[in-house]
Design a protein around this ligand. Structure first.
Ligand SMILES: Cc1cc2nc3c(=O)[nH]c(=O)nc-3n(C[C@H](O)[C@H](O)[C@H](O)COP(=O)(O)O)c2cc1C
Length: 218
């Protein structure tokens, strides 16, 4: 599929067929995630894959409140044959940036402009979402409630140094699954892009900019 088409088609799908996925396909989606960039090439992420009815059921039992499960969202999502929990390790980044080639940084958290561990894991999750579309599948990224994190860790033996950034359902979309149009509508370039100075919103369409200089021959 054309890359642009993959981007345009990607939507969070919350209703699946109860049909298992080929492990080869799941592996390709996971591998795509691992192509994500990471600060200091730390790769301080980990992915817990639940791909059997038993492990998927254990995921939902651990990661959602006891009363959940009967609403439309839960029913559609719980049919997904695969759930990938994306976890980040802050410790991995603190350790990596304390190494000699990153001198100047310490192991403290205060020096971090943003939590790169979560940024990187989010990027990996996005590549999985895009890769799912490329494979003709559907996916949805969703959050794990903070109060369920300990239960989730306990259920699957996840060490305390790893925290779930979110989870991704993967599967074949239900025949009539259509992601609802986001209520607020998607923001456009004129809404959120500031061209050269804050407040100069938008960006030229078409060929208003000079073409990039040709690369010198090697
Ligand atoms: C960090 C993050 C957390 C999200 N959490 C949830 C969630 O808990 N449940 C859910 O149904 N969708 C969740 N979403 C999906 C968003 O609702 C969705 O991306 C947004 O409405 C735009 O729709 P689209 O992704 O289909 O274009 C989350 C997305 C992100 C990036």
């Amino acid at each position: 599929m054309e890359f642009r088409q993959v981007i345009r088609r990607r939507r969070m799908v919350r209703d699946y067929e109860q049909r298992p996925l080929d492990t080869e396909v799941v592996r390709r989606v996971l591998e795509a995630g691992l192509r994500a960039p990471s600060a200091g090439f730390t790769q301080g992420w980990a992915f817990l894959v639940c791909d059997t009815p038993q492990t998927v059921a254990r995921f939902w039992a651990a990661a959602t409140p006891p009363a959940a499960g009967t609403d439309r969202w839960s029913q559609g999502m719980r049919r997904a044959p695969v759930v990938v929990v994306a976890l980040s390790s802050k410790q991995a980044y603190l350790d990596r940036y304390a190494r000699a080639d990153k001198s100047g940084a310490d192991r403290g958290e205060a020096a971090w402009p943003v939590p790169y561990w979560d940024v990187d894991t989010g990027m990996a999750a996005l590549l999985m979402l895009l890769s799912a579309v490329d494979e003709g599948l559907a996916a949805c990224f969703f959050g794990v409630p903070g109060e369920r994190v300990d239960d989730l860790r306990g259920e699957f033996g996840v060490p305390a140094t790893y925290r779930p950034v979110g989870a991704v359902t993967l599967g074949h979309p239900a025949a009539d699954a259509r992601a609802p149009a986001p209520r607020r509508g998607r923001k456009g370039v004129d809404d959120v892009v500031h061209h050269g100075h804050w407040g100069r919103t938008g960006y030229p369409a078409g060929n208003a900019l000079p073409p990039p200089r040709a690369e010198p021959p090697r």
